[in-house]
Design a protein around this ligand. Structure first.
Ligand code: ADP
Length: 246
């Protein structure tokens, strides 16, 4: 299994407070990794490091076998940030236009073929938003908007989907449907990294778990995580705060 993400001894601080300390982990192609830990434990920071949105203070990061600082295949990554669900949004374009942009990112041409157009329609259908195709992204609900971002990633043939608490503010029914969609994308071979507050949701779906509180408390298969004390230890740990008192 080739590595999609490879972190080796990664440490990152905001000013002089350490958010991620000495984390090493590898995410294999096709894996579904759940990233869990208490509030403020460094989950979002770690995801940002993986995607090259922060530079580590020390350690190294590779994306698809390329040093992250040189990585230039952004179309391979779909990222649904916490902000993706905010009202307002940034794009005064329709859902179909946004998904078409994803196809442009993959095709790298200024003109799309009929087949590209079909791929866009298929991506809308896969994600279940064909009926929203002509709506503006900034007029969608949070859950609908997440689906639009995912359709765009599907159209760009992204093979890594990174999601940061994608179902905050989404009702239970839509949430279940959303997670079924993630499962089906993972079945198609898309690697998934999911930050999710609800531990049960993660352990039901992810095949591997990374449990962090500044440091990594567990990285391995979900079964061994459930049987371990890693969760209690991570939640019981006061994380970096304890280090300030020493
Ligand atoms: P999580 O996603 O697990 O809630 P974060 O990665 O967002 O955790 O945050 C980890 C720690 O880093 C927290 O203590 C948080 O307050 C701090 N932090 C996050 N973002 C910033 C920032 N932009 N500037 C300073 N500190 C930050």
């Amino acid at each position: 299994m080739s590595a999609v993400v490879d972190l080796d001894g990664v440490t990152f601080s905001y000013g002089d407070s350490v958010a991620v300390r000495d984390v090493s982990l590898t995410i294999g192609s096709g894996e579904f990794l759940g990233l869990v830990g208490p509030n403020g434990s460094g989950k979002t920071t770690l995801l940002h490091l993986m995607l090259g949105l922060h530079s580590p203070d020390s350690g190294s990061i590779e994306l698809f076998g390329q040093p992250v600082e040189e990585f230039d295949q952004g179309e391979r990554i779909g990222y649904v940030s916490q902000q993706s669900t905010n009202r307002g949004g940034t794009m005064p374009v329709t859902v179909r236009e946004a998904v078409t942009m994803g196809r442009f990112a993959h095709a790298g041409r200024s003109r799309l073929s009929d087949e590209d157009g079909e791929i866009v329609e298929q991506a809308l259908e896969t994600v279940g938003i064909t009926d929203l195709a002509d709506r503006r992204i900034n007029q969608l609900s949070g859950g609908q908007r997440q689906r639009a971002y995912i359709a765009r990633a599907v159209a760009s043939e992204a093979d890594l989907l990174a999601l940061d608490e994608p179902t905050v503010g989404v009702d239970a029914e839509s949430r279940d449907a959303f997670y079924r969609l993630l499962d089906s994308l993972n079945d198609r071979g898309i690697t998934i990294v999911l930050i999710e507050h609800d531990i049960g949701v993660v352990t039901d779906r992810a095949e591997r778990i990374a449990c962090i509180n500044t440091e990594l408390f567990h990285h391995g298969d979900t079964e061994s995580f459930v049987e371990s004390d890693a969760l209690e230890e991570a939640y019981g740990s006061t994380g970096r705060v304890v280090h300030h008192h020493h």
